[in-house]
Each structure stands twice: as C-alpha cells, then as structure tokens.
Design a protein around this ligand. Structure first.
Ligand code: PLP
Length: 495
C-alpha cells in the first residue's frame, strides 16, 4: 500500500515514510492510494478478536511495509495497561437506539489517547526504517487534548523530543494544568498569545520551512507531527469504529439497514476515520458532522462554501474551536477523485482568501455522505442537562454537541436507525461547564468542582484527573505567536 500527497499525487511513499515525515514537502497530506475492503470473512474473524487483535488486523491492511512482529509490538505497547479494563472503546447504551462510544478511558481522559498511545510506536518503528538515525522532533499545535495526549504518549520515548504549543486563553484550566505539569525529560510545553488556528498555522510554517529543516538536520534532528495531519494519527481511529460495529452486532442490535455515526468535529480527523471505516465495509448510513458555534463545517456541508472569514468563538467545547479543518483536505481529495491540481488550487485559495467553493459534483457527494449540524453553548448545556435527566448519563461538552446534532438530524429526517455517538472526553475534563448545566451552586476551585460534580451525579472521578490535584506546573513560558520558531530553538537548545 502506497501513500500519495493530496497536492501532488506523483509523490508516492510507503506508510513508514508518511508517518515519519507527517506531511508532504509541498504541504499536501498523505492518503492511502486505495481503501482496503473488508470481506464478510474478515468481519467474522474480527468479531472473535479483542481490541488489540482487531487493531493488528486493521493495521496490517494499511501498514504493509511493517512486519507482523512490528505491528504486534506497536499494538501491545499502546494498548496494554493504559486503558480501563483493557477496553479502549466501550459502549454505553442509552434507550434502545443510542450507543455512546466512550473513547476517554485512557491516560488523559480524551479520545486522542487511542491514537496517541499508538503513534509513538508507529513513529519510532517508521523512523528506524526511513530516517537514518536522526532524532525525531515532534511539533504539536493543540486546542487542549492533543497536546496532553501526545505528551503522555511520547514522554521519555528514546530518540524523540516533543514540543507542544497551545493558545494560552483557549484551553480549559484542567487541560492547562495537565500540560503544564507534564513529566518527562524530552517534553516542552509553550503557551502562545493567539488562538488554535494561530498555533496550527505557526507549526505548519515551521514544519515546511526549508531553512529550518536544514538547521535541524545539521543538529541531527528531523521534524515530525503528532497532529491529525499525520496518517499515523488517523489509522488508529479507524479501528474503534470497526470495533463498535462488532460490539453492536454482538449485543444483537438490528443493523440490517445500517446505522449512523455522529462525531463532534474540529479538525475533521475523527469523522474522517469514520468515513474510512464506512468505505472499508462497515454499514454506515449517514455521517453526522457536529460543530459548536464555530460552524464552518456545518455551513460548508450545507452550501459548498468553506469560509473561515468569520468570528472566532471561544466556547465551552474548546477542542472544537477550529476554523481550519486540516483533514477536510483528505476528504476533498477523495471526493475529487484524486484531482491533486484541484486540491492544490482550493487549498491555496484557502491560504490566500480564507475561502473556497467546491464544484457541484463534490457538493452532491459530500451531502450524500454527511449531514452537518451545530449548536451554541446554550444548546450544549441544555443537552447535558436533558441527557442526564432522561438517561442518567453524564456527558462532556463535546459529546453534548454531538448528541444535540443527532437530535436535530432525527427531527429533520425521521431517520431512526441505531446510532453511534462518539464520546470524545470525560465530563470531568470540563467540570466547570458540565456542572453549570446542572446547578448554579458552583464551587470556586477546579478540584472542588470535580468533587461536587461527582457528588451531584454519583459518577466516579477518573484517576488521572484525581491525581492532578497534587500536580504542580513546570512550564510557565508564554510566547508571542510570531516567536514560535524562537521557542523551538530554545527548547531544542539550538542557535
Ligand atoms: C480533538 C477533539 C475533538 C475534535 O476531533 P477532530 O478529530 O479534531 O475532529 C472533539 N472532542 C474532543 C474532546 C477533542 O479532544
């Protein structure tokens, strides 16, 4: 299986190369040349395997230049002992149709752990194959959850350094403390004055700058990325949608007419993984793309116009406060039937004018696959309360956006198929917002709030959050957004 760049598909590389480099030299993203289809026999075999077995099975379809032993090593390293009950993707059922796919039972209590526990293994295996012994420098831009999950995944991994940039005012207090208190000898955390898009654009600019690359090479280093622009981030996410399908079959759900998947979306990564699962043969009907007040994707799906020239809102679902959804480029490349010139063109329009319009044929395909819906913070809070009142189920602010979008979808279409709603974070990661949906007695401190939420809802505080109570901040630097390169040099101790 080869990978091609979305902006120049004469660039063809191995999986190891794609994962080691993260992004193609001309700025395109790597996509697999074709999507492997699973047969009925494959699904029968998958249904007998545990999560790790399923992961190996699926990774072998995509990482054809990895040996079986390497894949086993990666999967065991990632998924042994790091998730509650060895179940990275458990389903909680609400009523008879709704399956909440809880993806937050890992070390940082958000879904990104599922990919970021595995990525360091995929990456170090890949760099051994292609990067001639250079040290890998991981640059991360985060809206909160990626940063911590990447830090946990990469801490003290030999041959790597990791630098995380986050918007100083754009993450929750819990996320901030999680990152600023990170342990490990190869980890660096920098706050910047700006929003997530500033952080992401800054990282992309550093990443693709030839002079910077040369400076790093002179110092025996090379960049790679742990953001979802890296294929090694996306491929692990396909696994849990296939696992969810197997689990629904096992509990006897009627899936004869397929089912729908709802994903709270920011960078379009998690929902793109659901699309890949569908293309591989999982009987998915609609993919519902849920957005918060930063509803650039809802508008895009409804009109075909992608326009980031709009107000940026800081919401209570900060991990979705994004106006440039990087992974959409992969989706559009597929919908444009691999027309790389077209993708390069619309991406340069996005870079120059902040805006592009897709042609009719692409919009039609997009609307057949996806339904877009959004809600603001009031809608999010109301959904948290209603879901708790109706089902006794407590969801976080991101998951609530998805539940809200699902309700809009059903009201609009009367489509009552079973549904999988991706639950992307523990409610305790966003305790202040979550508790404010249920009561106006809100304690002042973050940790008193966590305890109050637990008492009020009779749910348990996840261990990684309880442990933060005694953590102290190690990282305190705040940089101007134009000084990100300086920050990189300082962290890596290069001139
Ligand atoms: C990252 C994140 C999202 C958005 O996922 P994308 O892959 O960027 O679409 C949603 N919810 C939470 C809690 C997240 O951390």
């Amino acid at each position: 299986m080869n990978y091609v760049s979305t902006r120049n598909n004469s660039v063809k590389v191995s999986a190891a190369y794609a994962i080691a480099h993260g992004i193609s030299a001309e700025g395109g993203l790597y996509v697999p040349e074709s999507i492997p289809a699973l047969t009925a026999d494959d699904f029968a075999a998958l249904s007998k395997l545990d999560y790790k077995g399923k992961a190996e099975f699926i990774l072998k379809k995509y990482l054809t230049d990895f040996t079986d032993a390497e894949i086993t090593h990666c999967v065991n390293g990632a998924y042994t002992g790091s998730f509650d009950d060895e179940k990275p993707a458990a389903i909680a059922q609400l009523g008879d149709k709704i399956n909440i796919l809880e993806l937050w039972h890992g070390p940082t209590c958000a879904f990104k752990d599922l990919a970021l526990q595995l990525l360091p293994y995929l990456l170090t295996t890949s760099t051994k194959k292609v990067a001639d012994g250079k040290k890998t420098v991981i640059l991360v831009a985060t809206s909160g959850d990626t940063g911590k999950a990447a830090l946990e995944g990469f801490k003290d991994v030999d041959g790597t350094e990791i630098i995380v940039f986050y918007p100083s005012e754009g993450v929750s207090p819990m996320q901030k403390l999680q990152m600023d208190s990170q342990k490990g000898n190869n980890v660096h955390v920098c706050a910047i004055k700006g929003n997530f898009d500033d952080a992401q654009s800054g990282v992309k600019a550093i990443f693709t700058d030839n002079e910077t690359k040369a400076t790093l090479a002179q110092n025996g280093m090379e960049f790679s990325s742990a953001n979802s622009i890296n294929w090694g981030r996306l491929v692990p996410q396909i696994i849990y949608y296939i696992s969810a399908y197997c689990d629904m079959l096992a509990k006897g759900d009627d899936l004869s007419n397929g089912f729908n998947i709802v994903v709270p979306t920011g960078n379009f990564g998690n929902i793109l993984a659901a699309y890949y699962a569908k293309e591989m043969g999982v009987p998915v009907n609609k993919l519902v793309c849920a957005s918060n007040a930063n509803k650039v994707l809802t508008d895009f799906i409804n009109t075909g116009v992608y326009d980031r020239n709009r107000n940026f809102y800081t919401t209570i679902s900060p991990s979705m406060d994004i106006l440039i959804s990087s992974n959409l480029e992969r989706m559009l490349y597929i919908l444009a039937d691999g027309d790389d010139k077209y993708i390069a063109d619309i991406q340069s329009q996005l870079a120059n004018d902040g805006k592009f319009t897709v042609k009719e044929s692409i919009l039609n395909k997009l609307q057949t696959l996806f339904y877009g819906a959004c809600c603001d913070d009031n809608g999010t809070l109301k959904t948290i309360k209603d879901t708790f009142d109706k089902y006794g189920y407590l969801c976080d602010t991101h998951t609530a956006v998805a539940v809200n979008a699902y309700e809009q979808y059903v009201a609009d279409t009367n489509d009552n198929r079973p549904v999988v709603i991706a639950s992307t974070a523990s409610p305790y990661k966003f305790a202040k917002s979550v508790i404010s949906a249920l009561t106006d007695q809100i304690p002042n401190s973050e940790f008193d709030t966590v305890d109050a939420l637990s008492g009020l809802t009779n749910t348990a505080v996840p261990t990684p959050i309880a442990e933060l109570k005694t953590a102290t901040a190690r990282f305190k630097d705040i940089y101007e957004k134009q000084d990100m390169y300086k920050a990189v040099c300082k962290c890596l101790d290069i001139k």
